[in-house]
Design a protein around this ligand. Structure first.
Ligand SMILES: CC(C)(COP(=O)(O)OP(=O)(O)OC[C@H]1O[C@@H](n2cnc3c(N)ncnc32)[C@H](O)[C@@H]1OP(=O)(O)O)[C@@H](O)C(=O)NCCC(=O)NCCS
Length: 153
């Protein structure tokens, strides 16, 4: 279901991913964070990141270890990263893409307030080239603020 993570996952790729993610974080090109359970600090169970794929066009991406699916964890993690992105950047819109059959990911995006904008062909090197994905957008502004406020109230 991911464009950039191959399966099976080759030996050595994880270390390379961590190093390139750290470098991109340091240089401000993206922000990729490990996810850990509140009660189990220090053990990564997934990743969530936002990458400026084109200037001014950040895209959010994520994955979670299978044993942790279905507990609302990615919705919580993605919302946290989006809130941080609004606070620390001037981006007007955050983009996302999901394969048509990736209902869990589509639902995570929907719960974060993203709206579907139509299909597009995206680069998917881990899937052997390119594929058709559904694109999503989330706009900065009152809708997001009101939504988050309702959740806290
Ligand atoms: C996508 C992924 C991150 C979701 O993580 P998660 O922590 O399980 O997500 P959440 O529990 O926060 O939310 C999942 C939602 O999808 C719903 N869902 C799950 N499977 C579904 C399905 N087959 N059909 C419809 N809805 C589905 C859940 O019910 C939940 O919605 P709800 O809270 O309204 O009940 C996880 O499945 C994953 O890592 N998948 C592989 C990698 C991937 O697809 N990454 C995204 C690439 S775009």
């Amino acid at each position: 279901m991911t464009a950039h993570i191959p399966h099976p996952y080759p030996a050595g790729m994880a270390a390379n991913f961590v190093l390139t993610s750290r470098a991109a974080n340091f240089e401000g090109r993206s922000l990729t964070l490990a996810i850990e359970l509140k009660g189990r600090p220090g053990q990564a169970i997934g990743c969530v990141g936002v990458h400026e794929k084109a200037p001014g066009a950040p895209e959010v991406g994520y994955w979670l270890g299978k044993p942790f699916w279905g507990q609302g964890l990615m919705s919580e993690a993605a919302r946290g990263l989006i809130a941080l992105s609004w606070r620390t950047t001037r981006f007007r819109t955050i983009h996302a893409a999901a394969m048509p059959g990736n209902f869990a990911s589509r639902r995570v995006l929907e719960k974060c307030g993203f709206v579907a904008t139509g299909e597009a062909i995206i680069a998917a090197p881990a899937r052997g080239g390119s594929l058709i994905a559904e694109k999503f957008e989330l706009a900065r502004g009152e809708a997001w603020e009101a939504r988050e406020f309702r959740k806290c109230a």
